[in-house]
Ligand binder design. Sequence first.
Ligand code: ADQ
Length: 483
Amino acid sequence: MNKTIIVSNRLPLQVKLEDSKLDIKPSIGGLATGMKSVHAEGNGIWVGWSGLTQDQLTPELEEEVKTAVTKEKCVTVPLTTEDVDNFYLGFSNKTLWPLFHYFMEYTTFERSEWESYKEVNQKFADVILENVNDGDTVWVHDYQLLLLPKLIRDKKPNISIGFFLHIPFPSFEIFRTFPWREELLEGMLGADLIGFHTYDYERHFLSSIKRILRLEVNFNTIDYHDRTVTVDSFPMGIDYNKFYNAAMVNDSQQKKERSELQRRLDEHIKSDSDAKIILSIDRLDYTKGIPNRLKAFEYFLNKYPQFKEKVRLILLAVPSRSNVPQYQKLKRETDELVGRINGEFATVSWTPIWYFYRSMPFENLIDLYTTSDIALITPVRDGMNLVAKEYVATRTNQDGVLILSEMTGASKEMNEALLINPNNFDQIADTIKQAIEMPIEEQQNRIKILQERLQRYSVEKWAEEFLKALETTKEKEDVFISK
Ligand code: ADQ
């Protein structure tokens, strides 16, 4: 029986070592949810790194990890601390991540890290090659594994390989600066189907294929070494019902125990029923436009002083990649901006910004989503942005306003949101005012359309459509080869 192998940098498990004891939990991310049914099917497996390096594991613990993850139908790729430093923190997060998000000034090109990137991609390939058979399907995810499709294809030509990029693919003028550009593109072309979140990323990729590899592109296919590679866009959705249902429970009496956070939010609402809560949630990443958002909020308070003491911005920043220097710098900048704005505007009874720097349990995320009147999402660049979609899904009364940066992939399918340019503070200030004053009927009209779309194109549907397209591509290709 043929199977599907899912491959991502990290397994859909949180594997921790506490007092030399293993603690393994399923992770709750969007990808894990989307892949759940694919992964559960037949004898499919998920290949990835466990999160613990070889240096942290004794042979006994390594065996224990293997046995535990096998139960979850997962297979680990062993990585050393050096691999993680050079391949993940180094090349993936200091080269590919900033470059693909248009942060040229943060991008470094280190040959030794590139070598490590190639070695680690090979380590992933070795594990897959031990587990794959002719007729199987392999679905590779994201920017850490761009070379993997070719490494598998070279050894196993008769399998279906899909690749999906979760971040933007930059324009040719940016991508051409990358020193190993041919090798990277050729790595991706090992796949039969290459998917992006939006048509723009697809177009940028095809333009680099034409101009760097000088290959002919026919609409969205590339003839390459006797094969046809198809390129298409598949905007990723969310587990709509999970968010909607959790919000329903929050609204109803079913939830007897209010969380501490919810009690504080309730108190705030009770103290002034006209007061508005604006929410912002992201990983603390320079692509997410957090300093812009804070400065725009400050600008808004100065431009429209009538809203002082009437609005509160809840800023939830999730710690991320905190050993990369740019992330440490961003943390300092965010702390300073919050301190400055709160210092400047706070009164005895009002603090304009509530700042949380931590990860929150799902329940608390739902508390925040359901209590907020406005979501302010202002990335300077973002492949998709699932937070925007999650906020909309939790609006069970269909009230609420989403303010969304036009630099996110999500903005391409969320026209009913109020779209802004994250660098235009005047526009953001005016849009916050518009959101605060928006009549309830208009809020509901907008949210209703957005919800219908999100419900139709859920993350499960996204995975299904991608795999269906991969199957069709492979069938067409086989006909092409046999001619
Ligand atoms: P991310 O950059 O991580 O993902 P995003 O799409 O917004 O960004 O997803 C973040 C996820 O983390 C959301 O599902 C959210 O619920 C969760 N989360 C946020 N804050 C949290 C908190 N405090 N505690 C717990 N969970 C929290 C990358 C790309 C995106 C792309 C996704 C999927 O950068 O552009 O949308 O992959 O392809």
